[in-house]
Write a protein that binds this ligand. Structure first.
Ligand code: C2E
Ligand code: MG
Ligand code: MG
Length: 724
């Protein structure tokens, strides 16, 4: 394929010079040229209009123009045509100026060959084409950059030159050149929390660890607000793979981010009240669970709350009123708890509150009460005032709770029980029972072992005759020294020893030990022999053991213990199970002189008529009544009634738990025969302390209680006794 001849338009009025050009282009050249000549600028422009040339060769000195104006007139007259300038030796400077203004090349007359002319023209055309293409690309980029919403950046990593497009700076509200060559100024705009991550992303890409830079972060806008941006970029590298330059785009992502956040918010919140929804609530509980796993002292509670009779409001006042009520309740809930606590609407009229870092059940209950008080204030609805109450179930986190749903379930169940109990109440879930069950299982294993090894101990507490001040007996009380837990109180283990049946063996052991200790004591102190009664406690299960009677007889026999000195303390509930049978069972023992005391009297349900039939000698008035003596009139009246009734029935009375001189005076004044309590002595392990040491101490003190003189050798009198 033969190439089209190159159209050359020559501005030249000198014949010799025309000939040179003619020869160079048409004569010896291997390339095809189509050459036309013009004498003047005007002619050149006219000819170019007829047939546009590919290139023009112009002499700066022609009849109608001279010097730089020639170049300017031609370049304006034939725009878009590459121009090569010819000058004389003396005006080469002008040619160079024309080059500066866009001429493709220049030649000095008499100093170039044919082939140099050919090369200059061809090169001019070539370069012009390339430049045009480049210009087009640049224009395209510029248009794209201006038209797009993204900012463009270009950063020379070596010399720190930074170029930012107008759109880039507009995203952060700055004038175009505000950050020119100032990469540090760019970084200073990035949110303090995001700047490290952004710098790390740039480094990673610069070190070749990532295929491109892509990072989303916040930047400070000139108006002071934070804008979300997405910065993308790509590095160019040298032969060693080192990044030398990085360029990319900056997109304003604020609107998208806000939309995302709104979506997220909507997905996790209740539309009506704006509270957290079930999903978020479960998430918060899951968080609290994992926190509590790490630091178990960080206990938390979940409150499940249901409005009582909400349906009634909805049905009678309409749904709009119902909605308004829910919104009002939600606001009150929010205000009642700490901002760090979560308040959620679980659906309908059910709400959930997650209380963080709560001390214990009482703290949770106090908050539940506060919530109930806040919700119960009247609400103005549809022209009337409505009072709404709420039932609340409380679940305290314990290790048995594995999943958030476990806590919700427990709180929900507790809430139902609160409702059953009569609405507007709160109830703590006994899911703690899971824990207690686990703990009890351990305790039971330990207790079984301790019982089997005969490790349970016994202590003695004096019982005093109020008329004389003498110690007339002791009560034997079980003590368990646990290898890890230390001393475990009877109310922690007697009940479940009873449940599991361990009590039978435990009791057998304790009675045996008690009588053996007594035998040993009396051997060592023959003068004290036979003076004290010994009371032992029998739980219902022990009492109803078929072998009880024979076993007791056997034990007494083994330790040569007189039956008249044995007291059995039995609770009402044990006897009431079958009082006839109980009487039949106890009959042989009572005939031998064994006494039966009704323990904890007043806490059970015995009626007068039943009491009369029961096979017993004495009522032990429970400590709970004695505590109030002196300041609670009701308690005094109860104790008085019991005493009177007991005396009418021919039974004696023992008052338990005398701690204060006032209580002592009160029971004495009521004619109660005997008493027991810390005022006379706490339980001690050595019988010797009761029977000997205290006697000596009181006798040394030489003071007597307000009541009777103590003459008997065994007397208890603590200093406190005399004080009253
Ligand atoms: P209980 O039979 O009513 O025993 C009286 C309890 O009141 C004893 O508690 C005693 O330490 C305590 N007490 C006595 N005076 C005072 C006082 O002035 N103030 C106060 N605050 N407390 C006083 P303990 O030893 O903890 O025994 C608790 C219960 O455990 C006993 O109540 C009894 O029901 C049961 N228990 C103890 N040992 C045995 C046992 O060997 N067998 C059986 N079946 N039950 C036992
Ligand atoms: Mg007792
Ligand atoms: Mg008692």
């Amino acid at each position: 394929m033969t190439a089209q001849p190159l159209q050359v338009l020559v501005l030249e009025d000198t014949e010799a010079d025309r000939l040179f050009v003619q020869d160079a282009l048409v004569g010896g050249s291997a390339f095809q040229f189509d050459v036309r000549f013009a004498d003047t600028v005007a002619e050149l422009i006219a000819k170019a209009r007829q047939v546009p040339p590919d290139v023009a060769l112009i002499d700066l000195c022609v009849p109608d123009s001279a010097g730089l104006p020639t170049w300017r007139a031609v370049s304006a007259g034939i725009p878009g045509t590459p121009i090569v300038v010819q000058s004389g030796l003396q005006d080469e400077e002008l040619a160079i100026q024309a080059l500066g203004e866009g001429a493709q090349d220049y030649l000095v007359k008499g100093r170039f060959s044919h082939s140099q002319l050919v090369r200059a023209l061809r090169f001019a055309v070539q370069r012009h084409t390339t430049e045009a293409a480049l210009r087009l690309t640049q224009q395209r980029y510029q248009l794209a950059a201006e038209g797009s919403n993204d900012g463009i950046w270009d950063w020379d990593l070596h010399c720190g030159e930074l170029w930012l497009s107008p759109r880039w700076t507009a995203i952060v509200g700055l004038p175009q050149d505000a950050l020119r060559d100032d990469p540090a100024g760019w970084m200073a705009l990035v949110h303090p929390d995001d700047v490290d991550g952004f710098a790390a992303a740039i480094m990673a890409h610069s070190d070749g660890l990532s295929s491109h830079l892509e990072h989303e972060h916040r930047m400070r806008h000139a108006d002071g607000q934070w804008r979300w941006v997405l910065c993308r970029g790509l590095a160019t590298r040298d032969d060693q793979g080192r990044a030398v330059r990085m360029a990319g785009s900056l997109t304003d992502a604020t609107a998208r981010k806000q939309a995302e956040e709104r979506l997220l918010h909507d997905a996790l919140h209740d539309r009506l009240t704006g509270l957290a929804n079930r999903v978020l609530c479960l998430d918060r509980i899951a968080l609290a669970l994992s926190r509590a796993r790490r630091s178990p002292e960080r206990r938390f509670a979940v409150l499940f709350l249901d409005l009582d009779r909400f349906k009634l409001v909805n049905d009678s006042l309409g749904h709009l009123a119902g909605d308004a009520l829910l919104v009002e309740m939600a606001d009150r809930l929010r205000l009642t708890v700490r901002p760090s606590d979560t308040v959620a609407r679980m659906g309908g009229d059910e709400f959930c509150v997650v209380l963080e870092d709560i001390g214990g059940p009482t703290a949770a209950m106090r908050i539940a009460e506060r919530i109930q008080a806040a919700l119960a204030a009247p609400v103005a609805l549809a022209g009337t005032e409505v009072v709404v109450t709420a039932s609340i179930g409380i679940a305290l986190h314990d290790p048995a709770h594995q999943r958030p749903e476990d806590l919700i379930r427990d709180a929900d169940m507790a809430m139902y029980r609160a409702k059953e109990g009569g609405k507007a109440r709160h109830k703590v879930s006994d899911s703690g029972l899971h824990l207690m069950a686990v703990e009890q299982l351990e305790l039971e294993t330990d207790l079984r072992r301790s019982v089997a090894r005969g490790e349970l101990g016994v202590v003695f507490q004096p019982i005093v005759a109020l008329a004389t001040g003498h110690v007339v007996g002791v009560e034997a009380l079980a003590r368990w020294q646990h290898p890890q837990r230390g001393a475990v109180a009877p109310d922690k283990f007697i009940a479940f020893a009873e449940e599991t049946g361990l009590i039978v063996e435990l009791g057998r052991h304790l009675i045996d030990r008690t009588l053996s200790l007594f035998a040993a004591f009396e051997r060592a102190h023959p003068d004290r022999r036979g003076q004290l009664r010994v009371a032992v406690n029998l739980s219902p299960r022990q009492f109803w053991e078929p072998d009880l009677v024979s076993e007791l007889l056997d034990t007494m026999h083994r330790h040569e213990f007189a039956p008249q000195r044995l007291v059995l303390e039995i609770t009402e509930s044990a006897l009431m199970r079958d009082w006839r049978q109980a009487a039949a069972m106890l009959d042989p023992l009572r005939k031998l002189g064994v006494r039966v005391h009704l323990d904890d009297f007043g806490t059970g349900y015995s009626s007068l008529s039943q009491l009369q039939r029961l096979p017993l000698d004495t009522l032990k008035i429970d400590r709970s009544f004695v505590t109030g003596l002196g300041d609670r009139l009701a308690d005094l009246e109860i104790v008085r009634a019991v005493a009177t009734m007991a005396h009418t029935l021919g039974k004696t009375v023992v008052a338990e738990g005398i701690e204060q001189p006032g209580q002592y005076e009160a029971v004495r004044a009521l004619g109660i025969q005997e008493a027991q309590g810390w005022l006379f002595g706490k339980p001690v392990s050595a019988l010797h302390d009761i029977a000997v040491t205290w006697t000596q101490r009181s006798e040394q003190a030489g003071r007597l209680p307000a009541g009777p003189r103590r003459t008997a050798p065994v007397v208890v009198a603590g200093a406190a006794l005399h004080a009253g």
